[in-house]
Design a protein around this ligand. Structure first.
Ligand code: UD2
Length: 299
């Protein structure tokens, strides 16, 4: 790989793999590209060995952020243990845990090249506060990184677990995940913020997909812009006494409408444990665990 050219996609010589075709896709039951020509990642549309062989030599680090505030600390162990088995195995991974209970962070053995970084955050009185501060803390973590580095970040919900590979196929400039609850619905049913007074507003007839607040990512610079924008809009709304329907998820959806993601991940990348698998979902890679809100949220 030529120096200075290291982010072009270059596969090693002599790698043998199945011949690709432009007329016969392995998946005909799903759409694998958006109208703005971003790939939509479904099982069967990519070759994991080929992708890993392209990204491994680049020596990138994948940052993951996860918030475990208050009782949500109980979800951290399963999140971390399953991440170890499925999330960017063989890559350098730095997982940032934001918590008010650092003493309760479970000991989890991590493979070499993988690190856990614990950050103290204040205890929240309202669960919406956590949602409000997530974008700010993500913005700050990115600002601590070396400027101009070409690493990637994924921001994930802690009340979730990995079941299958989540790897280099998910890398892209700006990456969003389609919400498992709405991906078959018309946009009129999406729970976007519908009040024009909010900066998260989407008008009828607007919006591509309904994206999850529980998983998004991309290159550091791109996610920095996203976090900064969503934080600003969230705070400006708050100043005017307005909180979007689904907090930062609503702002994220507005952002992704204006700034189209360069890669869209199918609901394989965020399913819900209570939801039976639909036939087009051949594998669940990551899913939200079943939880009782009344038991675990501050109010
Ligand atoms: C949805 C989104 C979530 C967020 C939220 C906004 C998905 C799967 N989930 O989930 O990302 O956009 O709507 O309302 O897309 N947390 C704590 N302590 C708390 C409460 C929350 O640490 O007391 C953190 C934790 O990392 C959790 C995340 O905030 O995973 C999101 O909160 P949630 O899971 O309760 O939100 P939920 O399931 O309504």
């Amino acid at each position: 790989v030529a120096v200075g050219n290291e982010f072009h996609l270059v596969a090693p010589e002599h790698l043998q793999y199945e011949q690709p075709s432009i007329v016969q896709g392995s998946r005909i039951d799903v759409v694998a590209v958006t109208p703005w020509l971003a790939p939509i990642v479904w099982e069967g549309t990519f070759n994991p060995v080929l992708l890993d062989s392209i990204y491994k030599p680049k020596n990138i680090t994948i940052i993951a952020t996860v918030f475990a505030v208050g009782k949500y600390i109980m979800f951290l162990k399963r999140f971390l243990e399953t991440a170890e088995q499925h999330f960017f195995v063989g890559f350098k991974v730095h997982i940032y845990v934001f918590t008010d209970r650092p003493n309760e962070v479970p000991p989890v053995t991590m493979a070499s090249g993988r690190r856990l970084i614990v950050r103290l955050v204040p205890t929240a009185k309202r669960w919406q506060e956590i949602s409000a501060r997530r974008m700010e803390l993500i913005q700050m973590v990115i600002e601590e990184q070396l400027p101009n580095n070409r690493n990637y970040i994924f921001c994930l919900d802690v009340d979730s677990q990995f079941h299958g590979r989540w790897g280099s196929e998910s890398l892209g400039g700006l990456v969003a995940v389609t919400h498992p609850g709405y991906y078959r619905d018309p946009r009129s049913k999406f729970p976007y913020e519908r009040r024009p007074s909010s900066r998260a507003y989407l008008a009828p007839g607007e919006g591509d997909f309904y994206y999850c607040g529980g998983a998004f990512g991309g290159l550091l610079q791109e996610v920095h812009h996203l976090a900064k924008t969503c934080r600003h809009n969230f705070e400006a709304d708050a100043q005017e006494g307005i909180e979007a329907a689904w907090q930062e998820e609503s702002h994220l959806n507005r952002y992704m409408w204006i700034n189209k993601p360069s890669k869209v991940l199918s609901p394989e990348y965020l399913w819900q444990d209570f939801k039976p698998r639909n036939p087009e979902v051949h594998i669940v890679r990551f899913s939200g665990v079943v939880k009782n809100y009344a038991d675990i949220r501050p109010n």
